[in-house]
Design a protein around this ligand. Sequence first.
Ligand code: ADP
Ligand code: F6P
Length: 323
Amino acid sequence: MKKIGILTSGGDAPGMNAAIRAVVRQGNALGMTTVGIYHGYKGCIMGNFEEFQLRDVSGIIEEGGTILRSKRAPEFKEKKTQVKAVRKLNKEGIEGLIVIGGDGTLRGGNALHDQGVPTVGIPATIDNDIYGTDMTIGVDTALNTVVEALDRIRTTASALERTFIVEVMGRDSGYIALMGGLAGGAEVVLVPEMDYDLNEVAKGIYEGYKKGKQHTIVVVAEGVYREGSAAHYVGQHIREKIGFEMRVTVLGHMQRGGSPTAFDRSIASRLGAEAVKRIYGGDSGLMVGLQGSRIEPVEFSEVASKSKELDMELYKLAETLSK
Ligand code: ADP
Ligand code: F6P
């Protein structure tokens, strides 16, 4: 194999650039050229390609976002669009493809593998909701951002003895809420994987207040309520009942930005290099994932058919420690 393509797709995640750098440089070490494909699968369809030299990926390891940009391309779910993309890849002489992104991106990679393009995936999303990898690129940075925000909110919450409802990202996954809440010392964590009686939630907050709590922080994942802001929805329902003055903060897309942590840079570098070695060695139709301290291959079919469960022991621990 002499020439491989690389793309980033779906929601960006801090550390994607570190993975791009690793792919280009590991590819070069194996005698391969890497072609950057801009705007995810959209760029694949349009033939938006640029050959990368070693120096093109200098100074990006510390940058959030993605130098390849990202775009959503729902039309890529159709076979005729995938065929069009395969033609463009063939014309460019791209013999293998590395795709970096979340579960949708990996499904796109699987579609190209089915069309005969050797494809390897790298998991990158702040949601950490991909089966087959303990951690996805970007989630550690996002969690550090959430914890810093919670620390700042706690000081003002405590000064004025208020309850704060803090909304974090996670349309389908409560991972950021749970781990952010655990590490940030939140009193209550609400995740989309569970159902809640908000009267009970309010009662719990009121009891904490009676036990001498100076403030209460409720971390809510955005997916807890689908029709609007989850934090405002929860706030509306408990405002009258909690016995504390209340404020709402929605952290939003700031959680996706910023310079990647050392952890994200190192897993991105390791996953990127391993993806290249796999594709060079003739593998296709798989994702490289972090399992414990090792990088392991997982078939795309397994990634797509299984879901990553939230660790309920950790949920109970967060609850116990918040009393
Ligand atoms: P993420 O990768 O972060 O989960 P999306 O779910 O938006 O983000 O998916 C990113 C892109 O991957 C989509 O815009 C589309 O181009 C492609 N994609 C998603 N699902 C599929 C699928 N089932 N088949 C082919 N391509 C897909
Ligand atoms: O990156 C994952 C994620 O942050 C989800 O938790 C969130 O619902 C979604 O992306 C929102 O992304 P966008 O605003 O790009 O559609």
